[in-house]
Write a protein that binds this ligand. Structure first.
Ligand code: GAR
Length: 220
């Protein structure tokens, strides 16, 4: 299978996926790491790993549809079968999402449906949540609303600030995303005709959950 990855920033999730491909956990080749920003640090890291990269920046005079058509063309010309959004900070057009329906995953830094959108760690602290985390889900036109596959739950500690909480969530993301992409690339995870996730033949009506302690160690 040929995996495409879309990033906008640091790319730590992209690196976790690349590592899992390298060590054989994920039976896929990374066919393209695409960024909408040419200054994304993740592009440098991908290049250092020898991965193909492309910057598809949004031009001032083009619409979201036009931009996403170029992004899609880049993935298609590299033979990409499925895409992992890994900190890709743009909303994708309906056409793009439809083209990759059931083959487009995202990781979001909250326990969806709580805290959709941006600044999720700030929102979790403001809400005095005792637990926070991240969700891997299939992407649908409903922003951060596609069916969730796997959640990682971390504790919120009394003296947490946004940065400390974000770091704890990111550590758990680096376990979650390779796990789900492994399920998908090994054929264990798919969407049915209605777009519902099926894992090992079983309809996932609620996401699977992994709990982590404050140090980022799995508790199960
Ligand atoms: C990750 O925490 C990811 O969950 C989040 O961006 C970060 C990217 O970090 N994604 C979103 O907020 C998407 N709405 P990374 O570049 O180090 O992987």
């Amino acid at each position: 299978m040929r995996l495409g990855i879309a990033i906008s920033g640091v790319g730590s999730n992209m690196l976790a996926l690349a590592q899992a491909c390298r060590d054989g956990r994920i039976p896929a080749d990374i066919a393209l790491v695409a960024s909408d920003r040419n200054d994304a640090p993740g592009l440098v890291r991908a290049t250092e790993l020898g991965l193909p990269t492309a910057t598809i920046a949004r031009n001032r005079d083009e619409t979201r549809d036009q931009h996403d058509a170029r992004l899609r063309a880049a993935f298609e010309s590299n033979g990409v079968d499925c895409i992992a959004l890994a900190g890709y900070m743009r909303i994708l057009s309906a056409d793009f999402v439809a083209a990759y329906a059931g083959r487009l995953l995202n990781i979001h830094p909250s326990l969806l449906p709580r805290h959709k959108g941006l600044h999720t760690h700030r929102a979790a602290l403001a809400a005095h949540d005792r637990e926070h985390g991240a969700t891997v889900h299939f992407v649908t036109p409903d922003l951060d609303g596609g069916p969730a596959v796997l959640q990682g739950i971390v504790p919120v500690l009394p003296d947490d600030d946004e940065q400390a909480l974000a770091a704890r969530v990111q550590r758990c993301e680096h376990t979650l995303y390779p796990t789900v992409v492994e399920w998908f690339t090994r054929g264990r995870l798919r969407c049915d005709a209605a777009g519902r996730p099926i894992l090992d033949g079983e309809l996932l009506t609620v996401p699977r959950v992994i709990r982590f302690d404050a140090e980022g160690i799995r508790r199960d």
